[in-house]
Design a protein around this ligand. Structure first.
Ligand code: 5GW
Ligand code: MN
Length: 300
């Protein structure tokens, strides 16, 4: 394979942070050579599981999600889609590329949307132990109300990775919407925290994802016993986990974007973008919380 020699004296990006203080790469366009990475991951015949939840009306997002993933997600690698749903009969049949599979996992639905969102941690953890560990090497766990609009490849893979939330990449520590009540297990003091990670995009080896989801689920259960629920649910517990168990790689907002945000100059690609929701038909989440739609949008 022929490619340009890396140049010790020339950084590939100077406009964004490409390495954390604990030496985890932050993945931005222009910082990696996908041909080199593909060759490395092909040698290991890496298998990747992509998990999503489609509970209640969110089954309506599955078709766009899968069709766009077939175009852009880990093309050329072994991929299994794991769709957790309460209505298997609502999931259409798909024609997938070679080396790709789709598995439907029937799971219970929860009445409260907060529980639908939070229980993902428990279910991913359970299936990691029971099934995923035998079938794949890495897991990528994302929201379903999204579509792939550019390449997402093996450059994202690492032992355990998180994603910079598109609403908070330039925010100060104080602005991060971490859980601030000391009684909650998700509590993060005002003078701590590295980044604000998005609840809707994390992953790693099956073993590391098991550790992460197990921590978040246990923290959540401990809070239920104290009759407290973290402000941003699973996202708050994820942020607590990553504070003391630092991710080994971090995805830039290229990997999780919302086209309602103005596109900054340093954002060269928008690889995975939110599908606009009909908030009345699909859900009434922010209204229930007494948060305006605009604030809600900014949040997640
Ligand atoms: C329903 C109403 C309000 C909030 C969440 C839901 C919901 C979420 C649902 O009814 N069914 C469902 O499968 N989910 C799963 O949780 C989806 O995988 C969804 O992508 C994920 C997170 O909920 P989102 O996408 O509505 O959260 P935001 O913060 O991205 O808007
Ligand atoms: Mn979402």
């Amino acid at each position: 394979m022929l490619y340009e020699k890396p140049n010790t004296m020339r950084p590939l990006r100077t406009d964004v942070l490409t390495m954390t203080p604990w030496f985890a790469p932050i993945v931005w366009n222009g910082t990696y050579n996908l041909d080199i990475l593909n060759a490395q991951f092909h040698q290991r015949e890496v298998r990747i599981g992509l998990t999503v939840f489609a509970i209640k009306k969110y089954t309506g997002f599955v078709q766009t999600f899968i069709e766009s993933a077939e175009k852009f997600f880990m093309v050329g690698h072994k991929v299994t889609y794991y769709i957790f749903t309460d209505q298997a009969s609502d999931i259409p049949a798909f024609t997938l590329r070679d080396g790709r599979k789709l598995a439907i996992l029937e799971v219970p639905s929860y009445q409260r949307w907060q529980d639908v969102s939070m229980r993902r941690m428990e279910m991913i953890g359970d299936q990691s132990r029971l099934r995923f560990i035998h079938e794949v090497d890495y897991l990528v766990c994302v929201d379903v109300d999204m579509r792939f609009s550019d390449e997402v490849g093996v450059e994202i893979l690492s032992d355990v990775f998180g994603t910079l939330h598109p609403g908070f990449y330039s925010a100060s520590r104080e602005q991060f919407t971490y859980e601030r009540r000391a009684q909650s297990t998700a509590y993060i003091p005002k003078d701590e925290g590295d980044f604000y990670y998005a609840g809707g995009y994390f992953g790693g080896t099956v073993e590391e994802v098991y550790r992460l989801t197990n921590f978040c689920h246990n923290a959540m259960v401990a809070d239920i016993e104290k009759q407290i629920e973290a402000i941003w649910h699973d996202e708050s517990y994820l942020n607590k986990y990553f504070l003391y168990q630092k991710p080994t790689k971090i995805l830039s907002p290229e990997y999780l974007w919302d086209n309602d945000f103005e596109v900054p100059g340093f954002l060269k690609r928008r690889r995975f973008v939110a599908v606009p929701k009909n908030h009345n038909a699909i859900r009434s989440r922010r209204a229930l919380q007494g948060v305006s739609e605009a604030e809600g949008k900014f949040h997640r």
